[in-house]
Each structure stands twice: as C-alpha cells, then as structure tokens.
Design a protein around this ligand. Structure first.
Ligand SMILES: [Fe+2]
Length: 491
C-alpha cells in the first residue's frame, strides 16, 4: 500500500488503499554521500482488491514497484502498480476474480484458463536490471518490463521470442565478469510440469544458450546460485499435483518426508550433465553466493530447517512448526568427484538470521568473504510503549558476516523499527569486496511511517549515516536492487 493510514485490515476500511505516489525531494536526516547516484528499486505484494480466500498466501497479492532515486544527496520516491494482465482484468471486473496462489481452478468460472497459468502472474517478487532494461519478476510468469524513469509497465518480455519457458525465476544471477545473466524457469511447460529450462542471456539481452532438463520432483525452485563454471539449483519440501489443484487447494503443500536436492550443472553443459545431490528436510529459498574450487562447488545459503510458510500447510495434516522456520547461514559442499549422492552442510553462525542475504555483486559467482543479512539483535531494545502495534517478531539490524574471520559487525535501525531486506551499493574504484553502502527500508512503528536507511558497509558499527523520512508507510518489499544511473539511463 502506498499510504496505509489507516492500514487495510487494521481499521474500518474493507478495501485496501490503492494509491500511486510521486514524492519529490524527500526529507533527509544526515548526509547521503554524493558518490551514490542511481535508484534503489523495490518490488512487493499489495492487494488491489482483497483476496478471495482469507487464508491465501500474501505471495498472491498484486505487484507494486517503488523506487528511491538518489542523486547529489537528494531523494525522489515513486510507487506504481505493476500493470499485469491480471490487474487489468480485476480493474475491468471491479472486483477480485482470482483465487488461490497459483491455482487457476479456484478463479471465477468465466475467467478460468488453466492452460495459460502465466497470465495469472502478479509479478510481485523482485526487480531486475539487465542489458539496460528494468523488469519486475515472479517465478510463475514472464518478466514485466518497466520504464525506469516513470515506473510505468511496458509489458511482458520474452527476450525476442527466444525465452520459451512459460516461467522465469525471480532470482536470475548476473555474472560480473562476462555481463551474462543466467536464469531458469520451472514448471516451464505448464501447471505442475517437471520441466526445468535453464538459459544464458548475453550482455546484449539476447538468449545465447538453453538447456531443457527435468527435476527429481516438482517443487518450489525459488533461487539459484552461479559460479564461474557451474549453475546451482536448490529446492526441497514443497510439493504439488494436478489433483491437488483440482481439489481447490493452494498450489504448494509441505512434505517433511521429501529430501532436499541441489542440482549442479556446468554452465556449458547439457541435460545429462546435471547432477542432483540429496539432503535432509530443508526449505531452500535464497542463496548468498557460490564458487567452484577444483571439482567442488561451495554454496553459501541461509536455508531453513523446514517449512517457512504457514500458508503452505503440511500435507500430512500436522500443524505448521515455527521451530523449523528458522534460517541459518550454511556452507554447503557439493563434491563432483564423490561417488555419493549427498551434500555436506555446516552451520557457520549459531544464531538465526532473516533469510534475505546479499553479497557484493562484484563477487557474485566468485569466492566471497562478506555475507550481508538482516537479523534480530536481541541485545537491542524494542520500545513497545512507543510502538504498541509493532510486530511480534522484529528484525532490527543488518549484519556483515565475515567468512574469513568469523566476525560479525552490525548496524541497528532503531528501537521502534523493523527492517526489510538490505541491498548492497558497490562504490569506489578499487573493486575491493565490501566497499560500498547498505541500503534498506525500515518501518517505524512509533510514527507509522517508513524510513530508508543508509550505512557504510565497511563501518556498520558507526551506525546509520543517513535516513530518508517518508511521511507514510511505504509499499511493502519482497526484494530490492540497486541500479546506478548510467545502467538504466535515469534522468
Ligand atoms: Fe526471493
């Protein structure tokens, strides 16, 4: 929601606020370094009309894109709906006509179209800048191209007809050395299909390679990792079937008896080169990074022990277990010389984090030293007397986790604040890993508004160096990215 006073569901209103925002010259506390010139673009999920089913996943809400354009220490904020086919159909009908998350059989009868599930995409998960274009992404449909200056939606993008998968991951990986993008689509040929198609797109935006392979079982494949030699595909636990959808259920259930899998394939490989390593019950949502060391692939990832999402219920009828919904920084070793079909795993820090990790994009696919992630520092206060409506679980800090030394440094957002995912802004001319800034949005629950916070990523202990104070609660964010002004031709 662009302005949530009063918030949907919290007051007397039954319709969500559906505003778009254009706020020039936002209030800034502190000083934004002049070397920061670009846009912090965020994508999130907001209901244009209330959901048809109260127990639906928030992941099914409509896409909303927002940006903080930063230049010469000044900030302009914009927020727009992503104009998907689905949003246009809702607007025509003037009501919610779509049913459960990724189940077209629960849509209003007159619009049901299970042969074209990607027309239901809400494009609400992540922004992507590649080859001079800006996109919004969601794993159940094609990217939507967005005008980077106005945030108006241009439309779905199929890479000049060469992206044949019906779906496109929300987490493609950009190779900083070659400028290539590697991405994939799962359920690539329709609802519940076991087709996983992996693509390389050149720095010119043209598809240069396609590999069509299959998965051991159909599951959420939310993220991937890339090394300079290998593609890494992790998943586990979530299951679906045509019958499940015909029964009117939400797309995914959790099967605690299913193994987790991590696929490894050479970047120039073909389907027979894909090797699947097996492991115990895990919810594998996001990765930090991976690199190749001889014939081993080392993956850093903040995986959960078990099901993170309460709205994707266990298929055995047991209650959702919050104790397993904890994410830890894990180092996973995949040995391509080994005859075993299992992977090795080590937890690097004992305390749980929030699973929204990032690395300096200049080391993506290469050996990493620093992992950045939000977490709750329990030694810091949350002042419930000033913020009685604050969430039960707060995320109050961004951390820099140093793999080489085992040390962690952090920055605290405030005693009435909770943070969304951080994004890394690389700066400097040396190319030194970790030189730059962390940027992210905090909800200030005492003042019922949002603040953009910026910290020096090499001096987190010195605290927040600048805050952009919005006079309202900003639209929610699943993921964000930083694009410098030149990459997107920003005015
Ligand atoms: Fe994600």
């Amino acid at each position: 929601m662009a302005d949530s006073t009063p918030a949907f569901g919290a007051g007397a209103l039954t319709m969500p606020p559906r505003m778009e925002v254009n706020l020039e010259d936002c209030e800034v506390e502190g000083t934004i370094p002049s070397e920061i010139d670009g846009a912090f673009v965020r994508v999130g999920a907001e209901w244009y009309y209330p959901p048809k089913y109260a127990d639906d996943a928030i992941l099914n809400a409509d896409g909303y894109i927002s940006s903080f354009r930063i230049s010469n220490g000044k900030v302009d904020y914009k927020g727009r709906w992503v104009e998907t086919h689905r949003l246009k159909e809702q607007r025509k009908a003037r009501k919610q006509i779509y049913g459960y998350y990724r189940n077209p059989y629960t849509d209003d009868k007159d619009i049901q179209d299970p042969e074209h599930p990607n027309l239901r995409t809400v494009s609400n998960t992540a922004p992507l800048t590649h080859a001079g274009k800006l996109f919004t992404l969601k794993e159940d449909g094609l990217p939507h191209e967005i005008d980077p200056n106005t945030l108006q939606t241009i439309g779905p993008w199929d890479f000049h007809g060469k992206w044949k998968s019906e779906t496109f991951s929300a987490h493609p990986k950009l190779d900083p050395l070659t400028g290539e993008m590697v991405s994939f689509g799962y359920e690539a040929t329709g609802l519940c299909s076991d087709d996983l198609w992996i693509y390389t797109v050149g720095p010119n935006g043209q598809v240069s390679n396609e590999v069509r392979t299959k998965v051991p079982y159909v599951s959420v494949i939310h993220d991937m990792a890339l090394t300079h030699r290998h593609v890494v595909i992790p998943f586990g636990g979530y299951v679906t079937s045509k019958q499940r959808l015909l029964d009117g259920k939400i797309h995914w259930g959790w099967d605690q008896n299913q193994p987790s899998y991590i696929g490894v394939m050479p970047r120039d490989g073909d389907p027979k080169d894909m090797r699947w390593f097996k492991g115990p019950e895990r919810c594998m949502m996001h990765t930090f990074n991976a690199h190749s060391e001889g014939n081993k692939v080392i993956l850093y990832a903040p995986f959960y022990d078990g099901n993170f999402f309460p709205f994707f219920p266990p298929i055995d009828g047991s209650p959702w277990d919050p104790r397993k919904a904890r994410s830890f920084i894990r180092k996973i070793t995949l040995d391509l010389d080994s005859k075993k079909d299992t992977y090795e795993e080590e937890i690097l820090w004992p305390n749980p984090i929030m699973d929204l990790g990032k690395v300096d994009p200049r080391v993506l696919s290469l050996q990493t030293r620093y992992l950045f992630a939000p977490f709750n520092d329990e030694s810091k206060p949350f002042d419930r007397s000033k913020a009685p409506n604050g969430p039960a679980r707060v995320t109050n800090s961004y951390g820099r986790f140093d793999i080489t030394t085992g040390k962690m440094e952090s920055v605290f957002a405030g005693a009435t604040h909770s943070l969304a995912e951080q994004t890394f802004i690389p700066t400097g001319t040396s190319g030194r890993e970790g030189e730059g800034y962390l940027i992210g949005v905090a909800s200030n629950f005492a003042e019922r508004r949002s603040e953009l916070i910026i910290a020096d990523a090499e001096r987190l202990h010195e605290g927040v160096i600048a805050r952009v104070l919005l006079p309202f609660t900003a639209a929610s964010q699943v993921h964000g990215e930083w694009s410098n002004a030149r990459a997107l031709g920003l005015s």
